[in-house]
Design a protein around this ligand. Structure first.
Ligand code: MN
Length: 548
């Protein structure tokens, strides 16, 4: 059976992260390469359909769609086009090399108010759309599918859209997509519209929903559409998209899986364990942060804060409607706070890879600084705990310390001049020697995602790298300065994470991997942020040096 044909047991996932999602961002960081990376990850996860872009919108998007069509195997690859024949032709050229090519034709806004604003009529739009769909069918032959959308269909008269869609089916459309373009429709209205369309259109035609989140209803509307007979849901990773965004893929997929009892056994062909990785990929490539309390993929999505909830979780995960591992979540279920006891701290440390069996004698040594961090910051995260445990266990040795430093930037120049004096404690027997280094570093532009790479800090770190002979020994995967205290008492605390793996995810703290050290956390405080930065970096480097 053709996997794209209508199958009452399957809800097909149509991802439009690289089209509707892309429209809402400043574009993918590495253009077509980013879109290709995301599309490949979606294909591996089992997505059914990918809208790769809007080929006539720009030369760059044409090439991105063409690249995805040529490289990505598995899903049907769609290009979006208006009803104009030249644009349909160009869109066909972009997708024609795909294993399964698709053309998505859409009309102007179809509601009466918009038609009047555009100076056109319902009849004219239907006529132009019929011609467009027929032409797309002619170009594509029987190789792939034609999808058709009346823009803003859910907010247009129901008899108009039913009659209009029937004409598109006659002209050759395989998929009828019904967009709530402005995010206005409510779930009960969606139910009425989809039930009526399902009744009116032939059995073999696929019905698709495309919902926006302007009133926060995108997921509820998509699920209502599925329950009323939709075969396909259009969505984006992290819900990125025009204005308040599209329906979020991860929410749709998990609703279908977690509430399968409401869907007569219908399911998706999607690997849910890839959801968190996809979320991170899209965040990194499109530079749009994910809100912490975002369903399924937010940093707090599986984190229980209240003592009552933590107790329930320890007793039997009673507050969890899905398993974190089911969605590829590898973070921790709850934060440690000043209310946490020694048992919780020992358990978490153990899970991070520290042997806590000999810990008892060190209890005071751990709990004293633990409570101090908890009081200052409200909670103790994995990064804090790794730093704390390494300090208590004296992992690494205090090889390098900062003797002095200065950073100058000449007016009108992009270059920093950095001088650093380090004490190298390994140089026995004299105890230590002082090494100096200086470098002129280019000013950074701070454009590297969520991490702040100040030009001065980059210059400082590359000076230290040269002095300690870094080579390709490690990668700086996180640099975070915070203020502790206020006013004249304020102190800068800088935390850095180093890893030998350039792709290590700083949001998932794994100090050990396969029994070997994988991440090193360095931390220091000083009233001068740059000095704290140098000290924190050296602290992490020291932790990498093998112990004597
Ligand atoms: Mn849209």
């Amino acid at each position: 059976m053709n996997k794209f044909a209508r199958n009452p047991a399957i809800v097909q996932i149509f991802d439009t992260t690289n089209r509707d999602g892309e429209q809402a961002t400043t574009g993918a960081r590495y253009g077509a390469r980013s879109k290709l990376t995301i599309s490949r990850a979606l294909a591996r996860a089992g997505v059914d359909r990918i809208e790769a872009g809007f080929p006539v919108s720009s030369q760059a998007d044409f090439h991105a769609v063409q690249l995805i069509a040529r490289e990505v195997r598995g899903p049907m690859i769609f290009g979006l086009t208006k009803t104009n024949p030249d644009e349909i032709k160009r869109t066909y050229e972009a997708v024609q090399d795909a294993e399964y090519p698709g053309i998505h034709v859409f009309s102007v806004m179809f509601d009466p108010h918009s038609l009047e604003a555009y100076g056109t009529t319902m009849e004219r739009v239907v006529e132009e759309s019929v011609k467009g769909v027929a032409y797309a069918r002619e170009l594509l032959g029987s190789r792939g599918q034609i999808e058709f959308s009346f823009q803003n269909a859910t907010n247009s008269p129901l008899d108009w859209i039913v009659n209009g869609y029937l004409k598109m089916i006659e002209a050759g459309a395989d998929v009828i997509n019904v967009p709530d373009t402005v995010g206005y429709t409510h779930p009960d209205e969606i139910t009425t519209i989809f039930a009526e369309l399902r009744r009116a259109i032939p059995q073999y035609v696929l019905l698709s929903a495309h919902c926006h989140d302007d009133l926060g209803n995108a997921t509820a509307n998509s699920i209502a559409a599925v329950r009323a007979g939709a075969d396909i849901v259009e969505c984006t990773i992290n819900g990125i998209g025009e204005r308040a965004g599209n329906a979020a893929l991860e929410e749709i997929v998990m609703n279908i899986i977690v509430r399968k009892g409401l869907l007569n056994g219908r399911t998706v062909r999607f690997d849910t364990t890839s959801l968190n990785e996809l979320s991170r990929l899209v965040r990194d490539h499109y530079g749009m942060e994910v809100q912490q309390n975002k369903a399924i993929v937010g940093a707090n999505a599986f984190r229980h804060r209240s003592g009552v909830h933590q107790d329930g979780m320890v007793k039997g995960r009673v507050y969890e409607i899905m398993q974190p591992a089911q969605v590829g979540w590898t973070g921790e279920g709850f934060d440690l706070t000043a209310r946490s006891g020694y048992a919780g701290v020992a358990q978490r440390s153990g899970r991070l890879g520290y042997d806590t069996s000999g810990l008892r004698g060190l209890k005071a040594q751990i709990m004293l600084p633990f409570k101090q961090i908890a009081d200052e910051k409200g909670s103790v995260g994995d990064t804090d705990l790794v730093w704390l445990m390494d300090s208590v266990f004296q992992n690494g040795r205090q090889r390098y310390s900062l003797e002095d430093m200065s950073i100058r930037k000449a007016e009108g120049s992009d270059n920093y001049h950095v001088s650093v004096k380090l004490v190298d404690g390994s140089q026995a027997p004299s105890g230590s020697i002082t090494v100096s280094g200086a470098v002129a570093g280019k000013s950074g532009n701070g454009a590297n995602g969520s991490e702040e790479h100040h030009g001065a800090v980059e210059a400082l770190y590359s000076t230290i790298d040269k002095m300690v002979g870094k080579g390709d020994g490690w990668h700086l995967i996180s640099y975070s300065p915070v203020n502790i205290g206020t006013g004249s008492n304020a102190t800068a605390e800088v935390t850095v994470i180093l890893s030998r793996d350039a792709d290590a995810n700083p949001k998932i703290i794994k100090p050990f991997e396969n029994g070997a050290r994988a991440m090193y956390v360095g931390r220091a405080r000083h009233e001068d942020t740059l000095r704290a930065s140098a000290m924190a970096y050296l602290d992490a480097i020291n932790k990498m040096s093998p112990q004597n």
